[in-house]
Design a protein around this ligand. Sequence first.
Ligand SMILES: NC(=O)c1ccc[n+]([C@@H]2O[C@H](COP(=O)([O-])OP(=O)(O)OC[C@H]3O[C@@H](n4cnc5c(N)ncnc54)[C@H](O)[C@@H]3O)[C@@H](O)[C@H]2O)c1
Ligand SMILES: O=P(O)(O)OC[C@@H](O)[C@@H](O)[C@H](O)[C@H](O)CO
Length: 455
Amino acid sequence: MERLSLSTLDLLDAAARPPVRPGDVGAGILHLGLGAFHRAHQAVYTEEAIAAAGGDWGIVGVAPRSRAVLDPLLEQDLLYSVLTLDGTRAQGRVCGALTGALHAASDPDAVVARIADPDIRIVTLTVTEKAYRPDSAVLGLLVRGLAARAATGAPIALVSCDNLAGNGKRLRGLVTRALPSAAEHVSFPGTTVDRIVPAGTEDTHACAASLLGVEDRAAVAAEPFSQWVIEDDFPGGRPAWERAGAVMTADAAPYERLKLRVLNGVHSALAYLGALAGAPTIDRALALPGMRATMERLIEADIAPTLEPPPGLSIERYGLSALDRFANSALRHRTLQVAMDGTQKLPQRLLGTIADRRAAGALPRYAALVLAAWMRFVRGTADDGSPLPLDDPLADRIRATPSLLDLHEIFPPGFADDTELRAEIARWARELDRHGVATILRAVSADLPTSGARD
Ligand SMILES: NC(=O)c1ccc[n+]([C@@H]2O[C@H](COP(=O)([O-])OP(=O)(O)OC[C@H]3O[C@@H](n4cnc5c(N)ncnc54)[C@H](O)[C@@H]3O)[C@@H](O)[C@H]2O)c1
Ligand SMILES: O=P(O)(O)OC[C@@H](O)[C@@H](O)[C@H](O)[C@H](O)CO
């Protein structure tokens, strides 16, 4: 089978060909973190915006560490396909938004030079939660590039597209602490990003080949749903993303909190409970008897009271639609992928919910169950005794900390001293040890004590 490239595009059905091709437009965006999510989300919005309204907004993609995605992309003239999977339905089309690709680990100076280049007016990031640290290499590149750029006075927007609370503010804090003058020429619009995009596998490549008729080693597969809410603060201009369906707003915060606490909170809950119960994927975790009802209770009783939904949105409906999205069996999103880096994800996904409920005098029972499940998960053994991997930047601290509520890096100080919360988490931990997830889910969904739901 021929490989996807500019010269094999003609072999594709017309509907699968990209509306924009690499080289058609100049570069205006540099993206840090050329992972699955960027390719199925911001790149697609940007390509559609260029197709609808023009502009030199081609994307220079930067792979910060591994070349695993970069090399296939370079071999394919920067083309790759985006597969949209929904149960048994699948479709695919090629995206041509990338105009360049760089490898930061081997050529950091090239990345710095591009950030300094006045043609680049936007830098976007999907570098995972753990990269937002003062000592991260990616922050170093940004600071060097902005310092070199300062002489030009050219304005630029730095746009975090990672699942962090206050992602724009977080990035602003890191950058301006290291380079105070950045506050003058740089904006930091906050965003809420949403599309489930699991890591690509050999199955993704096989699916691309069967849908497109060419081999594509850089294909990504995603769900049909996609949302991008962006604070409209782009001093150097921006693509007409609203023409591609993005919501341009003055304040992304209400969307962000809803998304992080409901969708991501429940995603992590499914990942930890599911992995303990032996479910390899999120849809299989959701299908465990009693899981859906347990997640509905988590949303209704614990998460919803902490949220003020954006106008026109209902939390219950949003929650139910999130559960329907997680049921998409074609995605095969691994529970272990969602479970990784828990210390970086739990604060914005779950701990804020718990803190807010405690401040309101309530005991968030189901959220405490999820926290106890994470604590059991990081101890490394599933309910059937099989080992579970601990993939977390704080793995050593976790292993060295007997009582995990003492992990001050992630838990608010009040948690360890909150005897009622501590007792509730300890109660769930005992139940998980004694009975396992399957029995607990049956009990919770039937409103029974765990002992009443045993086989
Ligand atoms: N995949 C999704 O469903 C999804 C949806 C919404 C938001 N996101 C956000 O996008 C991020 C990336 O997701 P993805 O699916 O592309 O993951 P991925 O593993 O495919 O890609 C991650 C990218 O981040 C880079 N990276 C990892 N650790 C880094 C570090 N310490 N410093 C600098 N770069 C680092 C990797 O090199 C890679 O380019 C997520 O962490 C999340 O914040 C993902
Ligand atoms: O990408 P991560 O690893 O930060 O989190 C895993 C998922 O919860 C997340 O990517 C969701 O799929 C996404 O946030 C949906 O928009």
